[in-house]
Design a protein around this ligand. Structure first.
Ligand code: ZN
Length: 353
């Protein structure tokens, strides 16, 4: 078992006393592969961790078990995160206290008031309704421990109790390209993209909609350790911070499986990006992702020869769930204006043609 510590990117500047040390997320990586990852593999993962350290300024240490193992067919990588739960009210207060960017302020000003969330939700029997009954799933949220720490909650993770375990498929070890030098060959998968993506999940880019998708009928509720009733999702927490920004229309918070949900930080007025909607009863992709055909890191798949880093949309999601960005991303209104601007350019081109 090897262990190494990744230090903030700008640690080298610490020797210059007149400079304020830049803060960054620190990753402590613990290789739990049998026989250990190769130097190439470790360097690839380190590059992915460095990427996030360069984007996020929170004074947070994230402990990750990493390695190669046997995974299911067509699965390149998988992330299991530790979760903690607290009330929605506590999460809202934490996000308000943690708000730094203008996007943060837009996001928290559009969070639902009161202690209980109201949303369109899928029921245990597969039907859906406006869930405004103030039961446990309205009152409590779960979140990855890394996300909780970004919000300022005290969570005692360590190398022995890591925030997440990120496992890559043994079956694809030979199909990955571990360095971006010279580009990713057309018959290889960019390992750094996959590692950055899986770290994104560990940081909190997740959705309880996937759990609902898995545990709803026709699967027996008992398969998920819960009752078989239609109200099986009422008496525990299911949803996560990113789900606070899942909308299907202005004013319509929507955590249903399927449908056409999108990421919005202004109460559903502006769609920043579509979400995927569920492997079993949705569009075939895990709901913990943006849509499949977007140029975003948190899309649900990566093809051979493709390479992605977090886009402004991915970073906006991280910002909204409590991470602090080294460089702010545009506010949603700005995106709307950019789109309008692009439309205007098109119109002008048509006129001049
Ligand atoms: Zn994913």
């Amino acid at each position: 078992m090897k262990q190494f510590i990744q230090r903030p990117l700008l640690a080298g500047a610490l020797g210059l006393a007149f400079l304020t040390p830049a803060q960054a997320v620190t990753f402590v990586l613990n290789d739990v592969s049998t026989g250990g990852m190769s130097a190439q593999q470790l360097a690839g993962f380190q590059a992915a961790a460095n990427f996030w350290s360069g984007k996020l300024t929170d004074n947070v240490t994230v402990y990750l078990d990493i390695g190669f193992n046997n995974l299911g067919q067509n699965i390149l990588g998988s992330t299991s995160s530790n979760f903690v739960t607290t009330s929605y009210s506590n999460v809202r207060t934490a996000l308000q206290l943690d708000a730094t960017s203008s996007l943060d302020h837009t996001a928290v000003s559009h969070l639902q008031s009161g202690s209980a969330l109201t949303f369109m939700a899928t029921q245990g029997d597969g039907s859906s309704r406006l869930d405004n009954d103030g039961s446990v799933n309205n009152l409590y949220l779960g979140m990855t421990t890394a996300n909780a720490k970004a919000m300022g909650f005290a969570v005692g993770t360590s190398t022995a109790t890591p925030d997440a375990s990120i496992v890559f498929a043994n079956a694809y070890a030979g199909d990955f390209s571990y360095s971006r030098v010279g580009g990713t060959p057309g018959n290889k998968v960019d390992f750094i993209t996959v590692a950055e993506h899986e770290i994104g999940h560990a940081l909190g880019f997740t959705s309880g909609v996937d759990d609902i998708d898995y545990c709803m009928a026709p699967r027996s509720g008992s398969a998920c350790g819960i009752s078989n009733t239609a109200s099986r999702f009422e008496n525990d927490w299911w949803y996560e911070p990113l789900d606070l920004y899942r909308y299907s229309a202005p004013g319509v918070a929507d955590v249903r499986v399927g449908g056409t949900p999108y990421f919005s930080v202004d109460g559903g007025i502006t769609s920043i990006a579509a979400f995927s909607t569920g492997t079993e009863h949705g569009d075939g992709w895990q709901a913990s992702h943006f849509g499949p055909n977007q140029v975003n890191l948190m899309r649900p798949f990566v093809g051979n020869g493709q390479s992605y880093d977090a886009s402004s949309r991915d970073l906006a999601a991280m910002d909204a769930i409590g991470w602090d960005l080294a460089a702010p991303v545009p506010e949603p209104q700005t995106w709307a204006m950019l789109l309008a601007g692009l439309g205007l350019v098109g119109w002008m081109r048509r006129r001049s043609a």
